[in-house]
Design a protein around this ligand. Structure first.
Ligand code: ZN
Length: 341
């Protein structure tokens, strides 16, 4: 986009402690009404400033206006009951309090369009905006109305497509769909997950991306990963489908993972946002470690297609850790870039 090995983050950043309780997923807002809206915009300013100070190339809003990467979007739609929540097991791993689908789902207004316009006004860098993927949405709610995940995913895909087109209109350069469910429901990806994702990106002129990870660095995910064995081959099933799709970029987990790197060759022709920063540890990588991971990925991905990134979102981390990791990401990419020139 701007230079070889352009850097970006998967999406979320810690929120300032005046906005919500730090180091928590789904943390409650500490304000409401006008005060909350102002606090969110101030938080986006900080997120942008932190990414620019670190030296990152493609800038996000750090997901400062959402409590959770999936449920906040769902709660912005019609046909949803956010008050009488249900507890469900998501990604076959942990219990979460989620909204209910209680009627026909539709979108009466933009969910993140105003926030994206704020982000656009705050930086001259290319900007990326994240939306939940349709399959992951159906796995992060209680459906009391449709009773059919595929049907609901297709409806969400149409809604996401409307939102994405408006994000494009306010100047977003990259739209990313977060589909961690693609690493769990492997058969469903081929049966209907990819079709839903294709519907979500239909007719978009911007760069499109999908993020598929092994989750935030929370206990349930860390335990799950321990049981996945010496070689994590989940990507082997989805990468060929993505290689054949119209999606431009694939954001994946590499650092400290057991993903065999030769699987990346299955994405030939696509841009790879390779996670070279582990979000499951508070230890900040050295730039040298980041450069080593980038060099390993470069054995399988051409430099024109490689975007060093984080494994996943950093919302549960302390802010100083996230800041350190972003600096290490930019400095490590700079080291690897020097060797290429
Ligand atoms: Zn992730």
């Amino acid at each position: 986009m701007t230079q070889l090995l352009s850097t970006t983050i998967a999406g979320s950043l810690p929120k300032p402690r005046w906005l919500s309780t730090p180091e928590q997923l789904w943390a409650e807002w500490l304000h409401e009404g006008e005060y909350l809206e102002e606090a969110k915009v101030d938080a986006i300013r900080l997120a942008v400033a932190d990414q620019e100070a670190a030296g990152l190339d493609i800038i996000c809003d750090g997901e400062q206006t959402r409590r959770h990467f999936v449920t906040t979007f769902i709660e912005g739609l019609e046909g949803i009951d956010s008050d009488n929540r249900a507890s469900v097991t998501i990604r076959q791993r942990y219990e979460a309090s989620v909204p209910r689908v209680v009627g026909p789902v539709s979108r009466s207004e933009g969910v993140y369009v105003d926030d994206a316009a704020v982000l656009r006004s705050l930086t001259d860098h290319p900007i990326k905006y994240q939306l939940p993927g349709p399959m992951t949405m159906t796995d992060t709610l209680a459906d009391d109305y449709y009773g059919d995940r595929e049907q609901l995913a297709m409806i969400f895909a149409e809604i996401l497509n409307e939102e994405a087109k408006e994000l494009e209109r306010v100047g977003v350069d990259v739209i990313q769909f977060d589909e961690p469910a693609f690493n769990v429901f492997l058969d469903d990806v081929g049966d209907w997950g990819m079709e839903a994702l294709e519907r979500a990106v239909d007719g978009l002129g911007v760069t499109t991306a999908v993020h598929i990870c092994y989750g935030y660095g929370v206990k349930a995910n860390i335990e799950w990963k321990k049981g996945l064995g010496d070689e994590w081959r989940q990507y082997e099933k989805t990468f060929p489908l993505l290689a054949d799709s119209s999606i431009d970029q694939v954001s994946i987990e590499v650092a400290n993972s057991n993903v065999p790197l030769e699987l990346l060759e299955l994405l030939s022709g696509k841009d790879v946002l390779a996670g070279v920063i582990d979000v499951a540890t508070e230890t900040v990588e050295t730039p040298q470690q980041v450069a080593d991971t980038i060099r390993a990925v470069l054995q399988h991905v051409s430099p024109e297609n490689l975007y060093p990134c984080t494994n996943c979102g950093m919302v549960p981390l302390p802010r100083r850790v996230a800041q350190g990791k972003m600096s290490a990401l930019a400095e490590g990419a700079a080291l690897a870039r020097e060797e290429l020139s």
